[in-house]
Design a protein around this ligand. Sequence first.
Ligand SMILES: Cc1cc2nc3c(=O)[nH]c(=O)nc-3n(C[C@H](O)[C@H](O)[C@H](O)COP(=O)(O)O)c2cc1C
Length: 175
Amino acid sequence: MNEMIKGIKERRSIRKFKPEMPEKKDLEQIIEAGLCAPNGKGKQSTIIVAVINKELRDKISKANGKIGGWEEDFDPFYGAPAILIVLAEKDWPTRVYDGSLVMGNMMLASHSLGLGSIWIHRAKEEFEKEEYQEILKSLGIEGEWEGIGHCAIGFIEGENPKAPERKENRVFWVE
Ligand SMILES: Cc1cc2nc3c(=O)[nH]c(=O)nc-3n(C[C@H](O)[C@H](O)[C@H](O)COP(=O)(O)O)c2cc1C
């Protein structure tokens, strides 16, 4: 098995992170891998907001938990210190597919660098709030953006979980 397929098979969603921030050069590589994802018509309609500021990270965590309906003290990012938020142009037809591939590349790149990651949902609902569009504007990001997902990244606390068995009868060959 080659290294890439091995990595794809090993990667798991991580739900317990150490508080230490990964090195910025590693986050930059992960982001670059995300930006290299295939995308509809080659439009490159996605952007990434890389949150390594604890104050904003905690604020987004609170908002995310509220949308999800969890208890106040639950951190939906499981302690991950870096949150890479993928957004896509709101009126672009393949925005969700494009953004999902960015997310996939970033999770695999994280794994290849020995970091844990997980897709955390509800970015769409977050960025429907005026307050979040204002955050984008404050970063100099103009236009209408839809939240696709948060890629929460950090050092894994504990073991990399084992993959559940793949369900059977999911492939239909036509030969
Ligand atoms: C679109 C999408 C949204 C997800 N949202 C969440 C989430 O909000 N919280 C969470 O704990 N896991 C979330 N996950 C992670 C999935 O639960 C996880 O990928 C799945 O259980 C399979 O586990 P694996 O990634 O380890 O293979 C999400 C995954 C995807 C693809």
